[in-house]
Design a protein around this ligand. Structure first.
Ligand code: 1PX
Length: 211
């Protein structure tokens, strides 16, 4: 992962995460998240409690991927099959498998919906739109449903520290603002596709509410 964020690289990682038969490679999925974490870190320390959580979840998945059963963690599809067939998922309450791959990835998956909504708002925003409002609207429409009050409050405080739209576009490192908007238009269908494939897979296996 390079130090400077680039929206182009996020686009590339999500593109690489889709296999020919529409399975999702965990390796690239988490690379996409690593890029996003580096972006968030560049926005300041207020966001570190968020990035710490993402980094922790990335680490759990990387450990599975490099562990002795790593071959089962190549795609989200193979992970779900392997963990379910071997009773490695706590389905109703956290007990013997509190940090399964399935429940860990579900947290990132829900956050991907936030990202999709936020980027779409950003793409269609006007110059006087506020990033903090777009961010919190996207949050309230998605992730907030899964977070307790205290987290929602802390997240609300962090949103207020977001830079304005112009700075935001600059930090994305994707050229002038028209180019950023074009790149967002290119990225969003990919992000949506990865999201939808995962959503359908989790829904089919009744995994959308994993504790
Ligand atoms: C191109 C620019 C886009 C900006 C990229 C920013 C990336 C943001 C990534 C946010 C990912 C958040 C993952 C949260 C996972 C989660 O829900 N974790 C909670 C549940 O986990 P548990 O193991 O306890 O069941 C956990 O409690 C979370 C704690 C931290 C709060 C997470 C708040 C997420 C807010 C999302 C908005 C981020 C705004 C960043 C602004 C750029």
């Amino acid at each position: 992962m390079a130090d400077t964020f680039s929206l182009q690289r996020v686009l590339e990682t999500f593109r690489s995460s889709l296999s020919e038969n529409k399975e999702v490679y965990i390796k690239y999925y988490i690379s996409g998240w690593k890029e996003l974490v580096s972006f968030m870190n560049s926005l300041g320390n207020v966001f570190s409690f968020i990035s710490k959580d993402v980094v922790c979840k990335i680490q759990i998945l990387e450990n599975f991927l490099s562990g002795e059963n790593g071959s089962h963690y190549v795609t989200i599809q193979s992970m779900v099959k392997y963990e379910l067939e071997n009773d490695l998922v706590d389905l109703t309450k956290r007990s013997s498998h509190p940090e399964s791959g399935c429940r860990t990835l579900l947290r990132l998956h829900r956050a991907l919906r936030w990202l999709e909504l936020f980027l779409e708002k950003l793409r269609t925003s006007s110059e006087d739109s506020k990033t903090s409002v777009m961010c919190s609207d996207a949050y309230n429409e998605s992730l907030a449903h899964h977070h307790p009050w205290l987290i929602r409050k802390a997240v609300g405080v962090a949103f207020c520290a977001l830079p304005g739209r112009n700075t935001f576009f600059d930090v994305m490192n994707a050229g002038d603002h028209t180019q950023v908007v074009a790149l967002l238009g290119e990225s969003l269908p990919l992000i949506s596709e990865v999201y939808q494939i995962t959503e359908d897979l989790y829904a089919k296996n009744n995994l959308l509410e994993l504790p």
